[in-house]
Ligand binder design. Structure first.
Ligand code: NAP
Length: 251
């Protein structure tokens, strides 16, 4: 098992890709803190599933864009599970709004969660790890839209491309202190975020035709890549961003 004895905090792990990552991490031997913002019951279910694999788990509430809530979440995880070795910054939101109609509020909320949230959780995590003199790993979750234009995403896409720069720059400062930082860019995954696409027979075949694999990904297919990056098998990998997209950007 790649993550035996490790403790991981995964943001947005109550559903979708975050849940897939939590499941793979538990199977690989990690204890898991399951962050959520609204779906407490779903987060408890994921925590219960992790425990059913013989690992420890806690459902941990925090809006990743709120410093006080993030600080309180880390404090609770440290108390209940112990100092975390791995942070996966997965929590994110997507809205689709034409550029000319986008409001200040829509821009601010989305960039706050998707970009500032990953920066904020990373900073709180790294301050603790550095003060404790430990080693650790961060995996950021971006999007295929870092490298691909889709309509109505002038707010979303920059947050995801921005994560590549955040990853590189955090890596440059943190790797010498013992914290590797990498990023994965999911393509089309079947989750609540994309449920509307899956129900559109007029849209879906055209999108799948652009993907070399010809199908959407399963959340666990992000989990296995995140587990590799979080493990010692990736001990010489830092500052990188990887597309996990079945061959979409590359086609
Ligand atoms: P999802 O099914 O909508 O789930 C989103 C998760 O993020 C939920 O656990 C949600 O918690 C959590 N979350 C949202 N806002 C939060 C906040 N402010 N603080 C803490 N948690 C928050 O989304 P997904 O498809 O799994 O996407 C996960 C990540 O992958 C996102 O960063 C997304 O941008 C990225 N991504 C997804 C796809 C795709 O095809 N699905 C493609 C590319 C990139 P609650 O359940 O409590 O609301």
């Amino acid at each position: 098992m790649k993550l035996q004895g490790k403790i991981a905090l995964i943001t947005g792990a109550s559903r979708g890709i975050g849940r897939g990552i939590a499941e793979v991490f538990a199977e690989e031997g990690a204890d898991v803190a399951v962050n959520y913002v609204a779906s407490g019951e779903a987060a408890e279910q994921v925590a219960g599933w992790v425990r059913s694999q013989g690992r420890r788990a806690v459902a941990a509430h925090a809006d990743v864009a709120d410093r006080a809530q993030v600080e309180a979440m880390f404090e609770r995880v440290w108390k209940e599970l112990g100092p975390a070795d791995i942070l996966v910054n997965n929590a994110g939101i997507e809205t689709i709004v034409p550029f000319l109609e986008l409001t200040d509020e829509q821009w601010t909320r989305l960039t706050d969660v998707n970009l500032r949230g990953e920066w904020l959780c990373s900073q709180v995590f790294c301050r603790r790890v550095v003060a404790e003199g430990r080693k650790a790993v961060i995996v950021n979750v971006g999007s295929v839209q870092a490298g691909k234009v889709l309509p109505g995403r002038t707010h979303y896409a920059p947050t995801k491309l921005g994560l590549e720069a955040l990853t590189r720059n955090m890596s440059a400062e943190m790797t010498p202190l013992g914290i590797r930082v990498n990023c994965i860019h999911p393509g089309l995954f079947d989750t609540d975020m994309t449920a509307w696409v899956m129900k559109r027979p007029d849209l879906l075949p055209g999108i799948l035709a652009q993907i070399s694999m010809g199908r959407p990904g399963e959340p666990r297919e992000c989990g296995t890549v995140a587990a590799f990056l979080a493990s010692d098998e990736a001990s010489y990998v830092t500052g990188q961003s990887f597309y996990v997209d079945g061959g979409w950007v590359g086609k």
